[in-house]
Design a protein around this ligand. Structure first.
Ligand code: FAD
Ligand code: NAP
Ligand code: MG
Length: 443
């Protein structure tokens, strides 16, 4: 653990990878010598999921398309919940803007922060990591990378590997009896790009979380004839407008008739599986791989980041996210300070006890509101150990709790609300067009 860190690999230049590079650059600006960093990014640009792609399936290199975003996506929590304390919305936009930003505006904000930090010098774009192995003899990671343009493979050696490849890109696609004979269209939310094509159609959405909710709303807004949301565990439970209805889980399909657990049935034209994503790391062997569902505290990660059996392998952003951007910063600063040996990693036993403590606390979470509190405590613990810019986490918790309430009150109007930034005190402005009427094409 106390070897000199000389070479760091970062896999992925999405929000997590960018936070990680920036954390090092900020230390460098204070005169600290930073290790050599190489970031491998399989896309041709940075931004991760926020790089919208019209493509679905595979891209020009035969890689699976990373983005799961769609044309008319807006952020689904107020921007004030995600604000970087060291790069505020005031700084980026120079004037108050609405709380719920479009996908493009949010992407510009994330990238605006890093543009002046010369991070591109670290990144090899169009480079996909194929295999990460630990070489016991050399005491280093061997990383096999494919340059997608040339098809050539190269091996690099690193002292630390940071996995920042996200976990909302590989669809989880459950099977339903009779679906193979369904005469309509079936797609997963990963491949959903816009709802205009659903105008006049009867939609079945399977799933009970954020994708199900927002794709139902998109489809409603763009004129679907009817929308059924079929949940497995519990209904989403909002006060849906006429035209959206929740039913228990889909049991089987006969031709174009969907049969649900409560015995009801519906004729449907399109099925959208909003059944979540897999943590998928095809480039990592079993012994180093994180196996987890989308949850608050994956079991194999000390401090929610350092792989228990090999803490020089670091996974960023693998939790389900309430905070997102500031959570990624808290982790990136912590990872940096572990690598710079400002933070001491305890022995295995002590790490195991710490993981057990967080897992016990995670097991007490019974609602999204409790999930918010959990994630806030987790972030605060990380931030206390580093010089990551402190901010009013409790203020953001209050916003997140209010957000859950707003959605209960008005699911079609919650994105029109305005908020005050807990960081700058700036009040956002109302959107010029209400969310329900905003249908213009985004870039
Ligand atoms: P990603 O953004 O997924 O980036 C990972 C990067 O790794 C990608 O650039 C990818 O190309 C690269 N990569 C993957 N595999 C390899 C490989 N083998 N080799 C090289 N590079 C590789 N968050 C919010 O805060 N607000 C929202 O409103 C919001 N909306 C969302 C909507 C949808 C539909 C989805 C799916 C997610 C949304 N999120 C939202 C959450 C999102 O996860 C985060 O905002 C953020 O993008 C996560 O950053 P990341 O860096 O962990 O992963
Ligand atoms: P998710 O939150 O992980 O939810 C997955 C859903 O799939 C759960 O409701 C789960 O049901 C359901 N499911 C899994 N297997 C199933 C099965 N066999 N049958 C029926 N249902 C099944 O994934 P997500 O909803 O795709 O959200 C992913 C991320 O994208 C989140 O961070 C979210 O915030 C983000 N997002 C944002 C926007 C936006 O508007 N900005 C839009 C969409 C998504 P159970 O509850 O029963 O487990
Ligand atoms: Mg601190």
């Amino acid at each position: 653990m106390d070897r000199k860190a000389s070479r760091i690999a970062i896999i992925g230049a999405g929000p997590c990878g960018l936070s990680q590079m920036l954390a090092f650059v900020k230390a460098e600006a204070t005169g600290v010598q930073i290790p050599e960093i190489v970031c491998f990014e399989k896309q041709e640009d940075w931004g991760g999921l926020w790089n919208f792609s019209w493509q679905t399936g595979i891209d020009k290199f035969g890689e699976s398309v990373h983005s799961s975003m769609y044309r008319h996506l807006w952020i689904n929590g107020p921007k004030e919940c995600y604000e970087f304390p060291d790069y505020t919305f005031d700084k980026h936009f120079s004037k108050p803007v609405p709380s719920y930003l479009t996908r493009e505006a949010f992407r510009e904000y994330i990238l605006g922060r890093v543009k002046e930090s010369n991070l591109r010098r670290f990144i090899l774009f169009n480079n996909a990591v194929r295999l990460v192995e630990f070489d016991q003899e050399k005491d280093q990671f061997k990383v096999r990378v494919e340059d997608l343009a040339s098809g050539k493979h190269r091996i690099y050696l690193f002292d630390y590997v940071i996995v920042a490849t996200g976990h909302f890109s590989t669809p989880h696609v459950p099977d339903f009896e009779g679906i193979e004979r369904f005469t309509g269209r079936v797609l997963h939310s990963h491949d959903f790009r816009d709802a205009e094509q659903f105008a006049g159609l009867n939609l079945l959405i399977v799933g009970g979380s954020y994708s199900a909710e927002d794709i139902a709303l998109q489809s409603y807004k763009f004129g679907a004839k009817s929308i059924i949301i079929s949940y497995r565990t519990k209904p989403i439970g909002f006060n849906w407008p006429k035209g959206i209805e929740e039913v228990p889980i889909l049991m089987h399909i006969e031709d174009n008739i969907a049969h649900f657990k409560d015995g009801s049935q519906r004729k449907v034209d399109v099925i959208v599986l909003c059944t979540g994503y897999q943590h998928h790391f095809p480039f990592i062997p079993d012994t180093l791989r994180l196996f987890t569902s989308n949850r608050q505290y994956p079991s194999q990660l000390y401090k929610g980041m350092l792989f228990q059996d090999q803490p020089r392998l670091i996974y960023l952003g693998m939790q389900n996210q309430f905070f997102s951007l500031t959570l990624f910063d808290a982790q990136a600063w912590y990872a940096r300070d572990v690598i710079l040996r400002r933070i001491r990693i305890p022995e295995l036993e002590e790490r195991t006890i710490d993981i057990a403590k967080w897992k016990a606390r995670e097991s007490l979470i019974t609602s999204p509101l409790e999930g918010v509190d959990f994630q806030a405590s987790y972030m605060e613990e990380l931030m206390d150990s580093t010089d990551c810019t402190p901010f009013n986490v409790k203020g953001v918790v209050a916003l997140l709790k209010g957000w859950e309430h707003d959605k209960k009150e008005d699911i079609l109007g919650y994105r029109d609300k305005t908020f005050t930034s807990p960081i700058t005190g700036t009040r956002s402005v109302a959107p010029s067009v209400l969310w329900i009427n905003a249908k213009s094409q985004a870039k």
